[in-house]
Design a protein around this ligand. Structure first.
Ligand code: TXA
Ligand code: MG
Length: 348
């Protein structure tokens, strides 16, 4: 399939491009589009054969449900059978934005979208292109992140182009995404609200609004309630080690690991903070990628997937990543780093 990549204005999206995207979606085809978190791979959520194409294009397991994106409340009402008081509060405070709400579904939502679950995940994105595209289409849009399954989520049009070229008719490219990590997924279907995936909205922000908020499966032992969380996501092709500890110790340890890697003829990439970078560049890693300042975790969040992808593109065999402090956005960053590293975490 021929893929068209159209550059679209991220603030004032061009009407013709929105119309073109909407036409493909209405015809049951896939369109990749930017959201404030990561790029989505969209399909008409009410059309099973269109949604099935998402799983094919990504190579996504069928048991992993899709988030449905809406542009207004009536559209969400069509999909949700029960709005709890917690859900209402979240809508008022965080929509549009990087918060996905899991709620009881109506019969409108098919099993292809929810992978047979009784609940549906809904999000109203704040990116003007995403909102206007859904509006123009007039349909709820099912969209996972627009990466091949197992690859880091795409945070730029170029990332989508790499993964989806030849598989879908249209990519709307508005450049880099603001948040750079996927949305927080919060189960507000009943009982104590539970975070199924940490993301752009922090637990602290949610607790301030809702009181007690739980985190699903913090130890990672049980089966997670968001089926997608069981997969080793965001996996770079090289072996990745997540390094934890004081900055001095991490720098020292990374120096050793770079040497050891080079002795084994490995190409070694380093993902580190702005603060640690000056102490690591003279250890000559093959790639030194600065994620951002420890004091500005939004910066780290927005650069993380770019860093992981770059390590792949430059053929790094070993990737050493500096951890950040948990709490706020740090929790979401650490969740993605831990998943990328699998079980390889070193404390020093
Ligand atoms: O920021 C985001 O959330 C992006 C943008 C495109 O909106 N989307 C995204 O989708 O990250 P995806 O498919 O890559 O991740 C969705 C996660 C998966 O872990 C999936 O298992 C979970 O949401 N999920 C979807 N529907 C669910 C449901 N009904 N119940 C529990 N988990 C659900
Ligand atoms: Mg994904």
């Amino acid at each position: 399939m021929q893929t068209k990549r159209s550059y679209i204005d991220g603030v004032h999206p061009e009407a013709e491009l929105l119309k073109e995207g909407a036409a493909w979606l209405q015809a049951g085809e896939l369109v990749a589009f930017p959201t404030e978190t990561v790029y989505g791979l969209g399909a008409n959520a009410l059309n099973d054969s269109a949604c099935t194409k998402i799983f094919q294009a990504k190579g996504r397991p069928q048991d992993n449900p899709l988030i449905v994106h809406v542009c207004n409340r009536p559209m969400a009402n069509m999909l949700v059978s029960k709005w709890t008081p917690e859900a209402e509060l979240c809508v008022q405070h965080f929509w549009p934005g990087p918060l996905t709400l899991v709620m009881s579904k109506t019969a409108e939502v098919s099993e292809v979208v929810t992978a047979g679950l009784a609940n549906v995940a809904i999000r109203m994105p704040s990116h003007p292109v995403a909102l206007r595209l859904i509006e123009e289409t007039g349909l709820p849009i099912a969209a996972p992140s627009a990466n091949l399954s197992g690859r880091p989520s795409p945070t730029s049009g170029s990332h989508v182009w790499r993964d989806m070229k030849g598989k879908i008719p249209l990519i709307l490219d508005a450049g880099a995404c603001l948040v750079g990590l996927e949305s927080t997924i919060l189960d507000v279907s009943g009982g104590v609200p539970t975070i199924l995936r940490p993301g752009g909205i922090s637990r602290e922000q949610l607790e301030e609004l809702l009181g007690e908020v739980r985190v699903d499966n913090p130890s990672g032992i049980q089966a997670p309630k968001a089926p997608g969380m069981k997969y080793r996501h965001y996996a770079p092709q090289g072996e990745m080690i997540l390094m934890m500890g004081t900055p001095e110790r991490i720098i020292l340890r990374m120096g050793h690991e770079i040497q050891k890697g080079h002795a084994r003829l490995k190409k070694v990439g380093v993902l580190c903070s702005l603060e640690s970078a000056p102490f690591l560049h003279n250890r000559f890693p093959d790639l030194l990628f600065v994620l951002g300042s420890k004091d500005r975790l939004e910066e780290v969040a927005s650069n993380l997937f770019e860093g992981l992808r770059l390590c792949d593109e430059r053929g790094m065999d070993l990737i050493l990543a500096e951890g950040v402090e948990e709490g706020g956005l740090g929790t979401a960053i650490m969740n993605r780093l831990q998943k990328a590293a699998g079980k390889r975490i070193r404390y020093s």
